[in-house]
Design a protein around this ligand. Structure first.
Ligand SMILES: NC(=O)c1ccc[n+]([C@@H]2O[C@H](COP(=O)([O-])OP(=O)(O)OC[C@H]3O[C@@H](n4cnc5c(N)ncnc54)[C@H](O)[C@@H]3O)[C@@H](O)[C@H]2O)c1
Length: 313
């Protein structure tokens, strides 16, 4: 199958492209390289440098490339510590997604997979969030993802285009950069240099950490099966930010430096954890990587990239 991946030069996208190629598909990347990196994508993979907000160009590229499936991952990060809402991130994430869905419909693409986030749920009520958990996003990112989900459902109601929404928990793993705003990446960066991890608030807030490779396997499984619907991609395991910092130090084989505490982020959920049962029942996917194992792999990869860039390797 030919699969167009928007945001394919990003953290998750580059793993998805690799996974799709391994599974015998024909990935094509569309990315504006605003935060993505060209070198994350093998030179043999067709690459279109374009902005998802440009619906006219998008329609032209889809017409030329004629993909069977479109995986929409392109997005811009909202600055999590900023007090104002980043209007350009809203524009890319909401209007850009609307352009992608509209262009996909015009081009007659039969299956569209869209990345959403655990942030659509907001604060966890109860033990763990399944897909019927109330959606009360606390952050601009969560609100933008919810708007995209609603647009997708509304605009595809009477269409022949099958749609899948994947709500990802917190991704970590090889290939992250400081722009990814990944807690794991930031902890590895500081603790490996003997610096204190920076903890927002008490550090008792919990998140569900999923290996980016597992998340890419989930995307590939949905593409392969053409399974439609809305699915969480999570492990069902909660880890507090303080526990995470200790686990990163353990993976690095060092004593955890005394953490430095900062004020809480605005609207930071106290708990977030996703129930992935529905996706398991639909396509047989369950994250395979234990946090300890995933952190060891991340540390090895991130430290080797850092050593290469400082000429220490
Ligand atoms: N990383 C996580 O923890 C996480 C968690 C939940 C959901 N998600 C979602 O998964 C998707 C991928 O996230 P990621 O972590 O790989 O992010 P990323 O920033 O690494 O990748 C996003 C990619 O989109 C590209 N992009 C940005 N604006 C664009 C535009 N206007 N036109 C074309 N390309 C554009 C960037 O250049 C980048 O390559 C996003 O939709 C994100 O919201 C990620």
């Amino acid at each position: 199958m030919r699969v167009l991946v928007t945001g394919g030069a990003g953290f998750l996208g580059s793993h998805v492209v690799e996974m799709l190629e391994e599974a015998g598909h024909e990935p094509v990347v569309l990315d504006d390289l605003s935060s993505g990196r060209r070198e994350r994508v093998a030179a043999r993979i067709p690459f279109i440098e374009a902005d998802v907000r440009d619906v006219v160009r998008l329609e032209r590229h889809l017409e030329e490339c004629r993909p069977d499936t479109l995986v929409h991952l392109a997005a811009r990060h909202f600055g999590v510590r900023e007090s104002h809402v980043d209007a350009s991130a809203f524009e890319v994430n909401v209007s850009g997604s609307q352009s992608v869905v509209t262009a996909a419909k015009v081009a007659g693409i039969s299956h569209v997979v869209v990345a959403s986030s655990a942030a659509v749920y907001g604060e966890l009520c109860g033990e763990i969030a399944d897909e019927s958990h109330p959606m009360q996003p606390l952050t601009p990112n969560g609100a933008a993802k919810l708007a995209v989900e609603e647009f997708l459902q509304e605009s595809c109601r009477d269409q022949h285009m099958a749609t899948t929404i994947l709500r990802f928990a917190n991704l970590y793993g090889p290939g992250s950069t400081s722009e990814c705003e990944s807690a794991v990446h930031a902890f590895v960066e500081r603790i490996s240099c003997g610096e204190s991890p920076l903890i927002d608030g008490s550090g008792n807030q919990t998140r569900d950490f999923v290996s980016v490779r597992d998340a890419a396997v989930a995307v590939a499984a949905v593409v392969e099966s053409r399974m439609t619907g809305t699915f969480n991609v999570g492990t069902g395991m909660e880890t507090s930010i303080l526990e995470l910092s200790a686990s990163v130090a353990e993976a690095l084989g060092v004593v955890l430096p005394t953490p430095r505490y900062r004020p809480s982020r605005p609207n930071d959920a106290r708990r977030s954890c996703l129930d992935g049962t529905r996706l398991f029942e639909a396509v047989g996917f369950r994250p395979a990587t234990e946090l300890r194992e995933g952190l060891a792999e991340t540390v090895t990869s991130q430290c080797s990239v850092a050593a290469t860039s400082t000429g220490l390797s």
